[in-house]
Design a protein around this ligand. Structure first.
Ligand SMILES: Cc1cc2nc3c(=O)[nH]c(=O)nc-3n(C[C@H](O)[C@H](O)[C@H](O)COP(=O)(O)O)c2cc1C
Length: 196
């Protein structure tokens, strides 16, 4: 099983979200010793914003059916994964912009998804399930826009069918027992891993 860890924990080693992700990945490795975990570290990934010039260049490749350029490598890596893990802190009610840039780069017509004659997209990702891990300063409640967006994109276009979510939220609120909130989020992982 190829596991792709998309690390959008922008604060690096200081990130509590990264702490949760590492716990999830350790448990995953223990449950599936054969799993190969590959990481895309968005904190260091050099990625250009997709502006008009970029899209024109990309469209020329798409018209030629040529996906050999390195701009398609992230999409190919995502398509080939058997399980996807996204770790991203809750920023401005969603997630850091670098994750949006990554998802845009992965979202390629005729590669990540193929439209049929009826205009229905068929997602090409091998992964059945995606796990989204986050932490938030306040309570996320029904404003889970980051996860909801990832779920929408990855189910509608990329073909991933099952989504799991784990969060330690409220952890910047004074008086909240941060260790308990983190432990509570970690306790969900074993259950999630049974379902992937
Ligand atoms: C740029 C930025 C935006 C944030 N936006 C929100 C927000 O909209 N709602 C919220 O509850 N917390 C927000 N926070 C707090 C973080 O969600 C919280 O500190 C989280 O645990 C950070 O994760 P990390 O430790 O993995 O970096 C924000 C923090 C930063 C740095």
């Amino acid at each position: 099983m190829k596991v792709l860890f998309v690390n959008a924990c922008m604060r690096g080693e200081k990130s509590r979200t990264l702490e949760l992700c590492r716990d999830y990945l350790e448990k995953l490795q223990a449950a599936y010793p054969q799993a190969e975990i590959e990481e895309v570290d968005l904190t260091t990934l050099d990625i250009q914003v997709q502006d008009g010039a970029f899209i024109e260049r990309r469209d020329a490749f798409l018209r030629a059916g040529d996906f050999s350029d390195e701009m398609f490598n992230l999409a190919k890596q995502l398509i080939a994964a058997d399980h996807v893990v996204i770790g991203a802190p809750y920023w401005d009610l969603s997630f850091p912009a670098k994750l949006k840039m990554y998802l845009e780069r992965c979202s390629v017509d005729k590669l990540t998804f193929i439209y049929d004659d009826q205009g229905v997209p068929h997602g090409q990702c091998r992964a059945k399930a995606l796990t989204y891990i986050t932490t938030a300063g306040g309570y996320i409640g029904d404003m889970n826009f980051g996860f909801d967006y990832v779920k929408g994109l990855c189910s509608m276009l990329f073909g991933i069918r099952e989504f799991h979510f784990a969060a330690a939220d409220g952890i910047d609120i004074i008086g909240v027992d941060v260790a308990a909130r983190m432990a509570e989020a970690k306790s969900k992982f074993t259950e999630i891993l049974r379902e992937i």
